[in-house]
Design a protein around this ligand. Structure first.
Ligand SMILES: [Zn+2]
Length: 462
């Protein structure tokens, strides 16, 4: 029995861990590398195992950095089951189809240039057909339902918070009479999400793989974040223009909508025209409403038997391009949620073109903005930005609201691990050096546990 690490080992993307037991092979996640160019180049690497001879895959949650290489796996011969919660399957459908579309569009654009330069053409990393073939392999696995996946491998998925359907994976393993329990955290959410119940640690394990994205710091208090959102809403209304909120289509958009529904009166939201202007976010929101049984008590009670239109009567979902373009004529009172979350593309750019140069408009940044992105430039106070080849003056007020993270902070990660009986050996994955080192120091101080920090490709006996 052993496990090896083929992504999210010393980084936060490309999550992929291979378990070998009794001559069988099971993959935990098969995520895409994202971020810097040299990082993304790894998506083209051959797998260090034969995709065709893998026996099973378990997917912790739908995010592309955990699911995005699944279509490549299928393209290279994998035909076995991909186990995931029904909500994860619903969200993966939205995400993988979109990712395939982007891959095809990127390759097409690349090839037009390559043709002009007389260079050989490239193929997309995967196509929409690959994504569809992948989706057909998905096999639902409910939370808290121990299930035999392979001889000697019994899996139980437990709630991880983070995003809808996200699971930690507990594997009860048996090989030649030896029993071991492996717990893989997946990505863990915050304890006080407005939408999802807190993550639940396994009661016991022999080895724990724990994420460490924010292993070195804590998020600001939830109440402060809510107060800040209320203040931005009020000042944006007083300014008399529109309010633009760039947000990820899956997770952040639904979290905002839930917050709005919970605080509708307090935040005086009925005076705004609310728009979710993203086809992907609209599909993801429908998936959330379908699975609202997974919400926490407060959000669950709010959504039970109601749809979003009842909770937020002024909300409009604008799926078509024509509907989206009509928003350009609104001068005041529109609150528009659109992607992309870091303003690197998508419809938010069109809304910037129409609103960013107007003093009476506001932008509320509610998510992390990566280095080099347009969102980061706005946060850093740029006076002018380039959008679709045109320089646009930034006169609108830019507000950054911290604290809305889908990831647990250091205290929560340490508490999750500390709740596991006997403090078993710990392996830290899914973190940059800062996050992993920070969490390693914390568990050393709190529990006297020396965490292992595997490198890419490393193998560990179980
Ligand atoms: Zn994630």
């Amino acid at each position: 029995m052993d496990i090896s690490f083929h992504g999210a080992a010393g980084g936060v993307t490309g999550s992929c861990h291979l378990l070998r037991i009794g001559g069988r092979q099971l993959l935990l996640d098969c995520g895409m590398f994202q971020g810097r160019q040299e990082e993304e180049a790894h998506n083209h690497d051959p797998f260090p195992f034969d995709a065709a001879t893998l026996d099973a895959v378990v997917l912790s949650h739908a995010h592309i950095d955990h699911s995005g290489r699944l279509p490549i796996l299928v393209r290279r011969g994998y035909r076995g089951p991909i186990h995931a919660t029904p909500a994860t399957i619903d969200l993966a459908r939205v995400l993988l189809r979109d990712a395939a579309h982007l891959q095809e569009a990127d390759a097409e654009r690349d090839n037009r240039r390559r043709q002009r330069q007389g260079k050989a053409l490239v193929k997309p990393l995967f196509t929409r057909d690959d994504a569809e073939a992948t989706l057909r392999l998905f096999t639902p696995l409910e939370f808290d339902t121990p299930t035999d996946l392979l001889p000697g491998v019994r899996a139980t998925l437990i709630p991880a918070g983070h995003i809808l359907g996200a699971a930690s994976v507990v594997l009860d393993l048996e090989e030649a009479g030896r029993r071991r329990r492996l717990a893989f955290s997946g990505d863990i959410g915050q304890d006080d999400s407005c939408m999802l119940p807190p993550p639940r640690p396994p009661d016991r394990a022999d080895l724990v793989l724990l994420e460490s994205t924010y292993g070195d710091r804590n998020h600001r208090a939830r109440a402060d974040t809510h107060r800040e959102i209320a203040e931005v809403l009020e000042s944006a209304w007083q300014a008399g223009g529109n309010l633009l909120i760039p947000a990820f289509a899956i997770g952040r958009t639904q979290e905002l909508l839930t917050l709005f529904a919970l605080h509708r009166e307090e935040w005086n939201l009925d005076r705004w025209l609310l728009f979710v202007d993203s086809p992907m976010a609209i599909q993801a929101t429908a998936a959330h409403v379908r699975h609202s049984e997974l919400f926490n008590d407060e959000a669950g009670a709010l959504f039970a038997g109601r749809d979003l239109r009842q909770l937020l009567p002024n909300l409009r979902e604008t799926a078509s391009t024509e509907e989206s373009m009509r928003l350009n004529t609104i001068r005041r009172g529109a609150l528009i949620i659109a992607g992309s979350g870091m303003c690197t593309g998508g419809r938010i750019l069109h809304h910037f073109r129409y609103n960013l140069w107007r003093r009476e408009c506001r932008v509320m940044i509610v998510g992390y903005q990566g280095e080099g992105t347009l969102g980061r430039k706005l946060v850093d106070g740029a006076s002018e930005v380039r959008i679709h080849g045109e320089d646009i003056r930034v006169a609108a007020g830019i507000h950054t609201v911290g604290g809305l993270s889908a990831h647990a902070g250091q205290d929560e990660l340490a508490a999750w691990y500390g709740a596991i009986e006997g403090r078993p050996p710990l392996v830290l994955v899914h973190g940059e050096a800062r996050g992993r080192d920070g969490l390693a120091a914390r568990v050393q101080a709190d529990f006297g546990v020396h965490a292992r920090l595997p490198v890419y490709g490393e193998r560990m006996a179980l």
